[in-house]
Design a protein around this ligand. Structure first.
Ligand SMILES: [Zn+2]
Length: 163
């Protein structure tokens, strides 16, 4: 994991070129994922997480972690963002950003990596921002190697009608 600085224009433009997003898209993903943290509902962990995803048709949609008094019921910011996007009719995404208050930056949990996998190709950049605005950027395929995705499932009609 290489930690880059969002305030270093050359590092940002190089990362954007490598991962197929524009500097303007990067700036919006950075600003919105960090701002979303302020709306996190995390009274139990106090671990604020904000997410912002870029849809295939250039929309930005935010999410925050939403905890629950029954702890396992809580949901991560990335899944909240993608769920919101899907409910608004979006099913393909160009980038996923996540921001936390720690450094080095947190990466999406295993469940979120699989959730993202459902809607993104393996080259999709995942941007991870730390408390100071430094970031790590990796492709989904690096975060979730040898993954299982929708294309791995045979059609239901081709399977025996048992179970
Ligand atoms: Zn998660």
């Amino acid at each position: 994991m290489k930690l880059l600085s969002s305030s270093d224009p050359s590092q940002v433009s190089q990362a954007c070129a490598e991962y197929g997003i524009t500097s303007a898209q990067f700036d919006t993903l950075y600003t919105r994922s960090r701002a979303a943290k302020d709306r996190a509902y995390c009274p139990y962990s106090r671990f604020r997480v904000g997410s912002c995803i870029l849809t295939d048709n250039a929309q930005f949609i935010d999410g925050v972690n939403v905890e629950n008094a029954s702890y396992p019921v809580g949901t991560c910011a990335e899944r909240v963002a993608i769920g919101a996007a899907v409910s608004q009719g979006h099913k393909k995404f160009k980038a996923v950003a996540v921001a936390t208050d720690i450094s080095p930056p947190a990466s999406p949990c295993g469940m979120c990596r699989q959730f993202i996998r459902e809607f993104c190709h393996l080259e999709t950049p995942i941007l991870m921002f730390d408390k100071d605005g430094s970031f790590v950027i990796m492709k989904l395929g690096q975060l979730l190697p040898a993954s299982f995705g929708p294309e791995a499932l045979p059609s239901a009609a081709s399977l025996p009608a048992t179970g």
